[in-house]
Design a protein. Structure first.
Length: 182
């Protein structure tokens, strides 16, 4: 019985060159895609600042605004769930998270009062109430969503185009690596 060898149509060096070219092409396409992303981020930043008037992109900008709102809501819910699971309390004065064992807030120095919080209207209330007696807001809603919204003005943040919150003074987004300009 004779063994027949498959016929090689391309020399080995050509197959190697083809793979090298394919890899180089893939790398260049990834680089191009990354640059497109940065161009898009820069255009969106200019649009948000009012420096770009691009009516043909308005549909995309509106979708981006809606997406950013949804992300902010989900982030607030995530933070509330993490606080509940870790036993984190909220300072009734400034709204910053404090650990369950802290007697004083590390941000404002206020004594941590068990079961107390500050409503968005500024009224100090107990967590076990259903509604704020001053403004009528739902305490459950404030516990789930309000705390994260109150934290943002205390420590100033800017939002990167990727959706990450970047503390003011930080020059680079730690999520996507993008340079943040003032």
């Amino acid at each position: 019985m004779a063994i027949t060898m498959p016929k090689i149509t391309k020399p080995f060096s050509n197959a190697f060159a083809d793979n090298t070219i394919k890899k180089a092409l893939e790398e260049k396409e990834k680089e191009r895609s990354k640059i497109y992303g940065f161009i898009g981020m820069d255009v969106y930043d200019l649009y948000k600042k009012g420096q770009a008037d691009l009516p043909e992109l308005e549909v995309h900008f509106e979708k981006m605004r809606e997406l950013e709102e949804e992300i902010a809501e989900l982030e607030a819910k995530k933070q509330a769930a993490e606080r509940q699971s870790k036993g984190v309390k909220i300072c009734s004065n400034c709204g910053q998270p404090v650990s369950a064992k802290d007697a004083f807030c590390s941000n404002c120095g206020q004594p941590v009062e068990e079961g107390m919080m500050t409503c968005t209207c500024g009224n100090r209330i107990k967590n076990d109430l259903k509604f704020c007696p001053n403004c009528g807001k739902s305490v459950n809603e404030l516990l789930e969503n309000g705390t994260a919204e109150r934290q943002l003005p205390l420590m100033r943040y800017r939002e990167c185009i990727c959706g990450a919150m970047v503390p003011e003074g930080q020059f680079m987004c730690m999520e996507c690596g993008r340079k943040i300009e003032d």
